[in-house]
Design a protein around this ligand. Structure first.
Ligand code: ATP
Ligand code: MG
Length: 277
């Protein structure tokens, strides 16, 4: 049984547990839990958005814990759409999206985690990474930008980085938006066909598509190497955008609920306060 019951966030658990590696080829990107249409899940998504907003208000007011959300996917996988649809209700004050492109000359002169650590959220905040430190074991590996002896030890550095955040009051949730190669073809084609979407199309996307299998291999290994108790990956079936939004929203609402942020207590003696004219 899925859906919201008595304040609990329910639905299938797409978390990857340490010690139980996933095979991406065995996970169906078309999974929808039996739902067939967007309108069937919209009421639940709507209520999850409101719960996320409310919990974020408390997180912000409490100012003691924060949340980092990492979004990764193949090109056209839906990172932007997920941000747009899941965080619609969240107060922009207290929430920041950081999008990572190829590093600048200055960034390249530091350790690879430098730019990500600078963008990590403070307590009271939600930080969203649209691409992330994982690029440094994904695109960097697939395109041979550095040798294996440089990228392979990064799995451990990433685990340690996320452990550092977690033990400094910032929870980490990671989502891999899992689409099929066919679905990517459809989405790239629609970017080409729709004049309003053309700006999103880059010829480089085709070169990247040719490396599909290498990317899948790199994602699979990165997910298995870095899914920990404290910073779990979720492999989200993402061919259906509305189901993807639902799954991500449930996981975020669930994580915020477990944090259980509280409004700080009011000052003593406010009951007798009268606001002067
Ligand atoms: P969209 O999915 O909407 O196209 P995008 O995130 O793909 O958005 P782009 O400007 O198209 O944005 O691509 C950003 C590029 O930056 C990607 O090709 C990505 O692989 C690259 N990139 C990100 N981080 C790194 C990194 N650490 N090293 C090298 N390349 C990187
Ligand atoms: Mg792109």
């Amino acid at each position: 049984m899925s859906g919201r019951v008595a304040g609990k966030v329910e639905g299938p658990d797409y978390r990857v547990f340490p010690g139980s590696p996933v095979r991406l080829a065995e996970i169906d990107p078309n999974e929808t839990e039996g739902y067939t249409r967007k309108k069937e899940v919209l009421p639940e998504l709507e209520s999850l958005r409101k719960r996320i907003r409310r919990l974020h208000e408390k997180l912000y007011a409490e100012n003691k814990r924060g949340l980092l959300i990492v979004l990764q996917a193949m090109d056209t996988g839906g990172k932007d759409g997920t941000i747009k649809h899941v965080f619609t209700e969240v107060n922009p004050q207290g929430c920041r999206v950081s999008s990572f492109k190829a590093p600048s000359a200055e960034e390249r002169n530091h350790d690879f985690l430098w730019r990500y650590h600078k963008s990590a959220p403070a307590v009271g905040r939600i930080g969203i990474f649209n691409r992330s430190h994982y690029e440094d074991v994904l695109v960097v590996r697939v395109k041979n930008l550095v040798p294996e002896e440089v990228w392979r030890p990064r799995y451990r550095m990433i685990r340690d980085f996320e452990w550092t955040l977690t033990h400094n009051r910032i929870s980490v949730l990671k989502f891999y938006l899992h689409i099929s190669k066919d679905e990517q073809k459809r989405r790239l084609q629609s970017r080409l066909d729709d004049p309003d979407k053309r700006w999103k199309f880059s010829k480089n996307d085709l070169a990247e598509r040719e490396r599909w299998d290498s990317y899948q291999e790199a994602f699979e290994e990165a997910i298995n190497e870095t899914s920990t108790e404290h910073a779990p990956w979720h492999v989200v079936p993402a061919n259906k955008k509305w189901y993807r939004n639902l799954v991500v929203a449930r996981a975020i609402a669930g994580a915020l609920e477990r944090l259980d942020p509280k409004f700080p207590p009011a000052e003593e003696g406010l009951d007798s306060v009268v606001i002067p004219d």
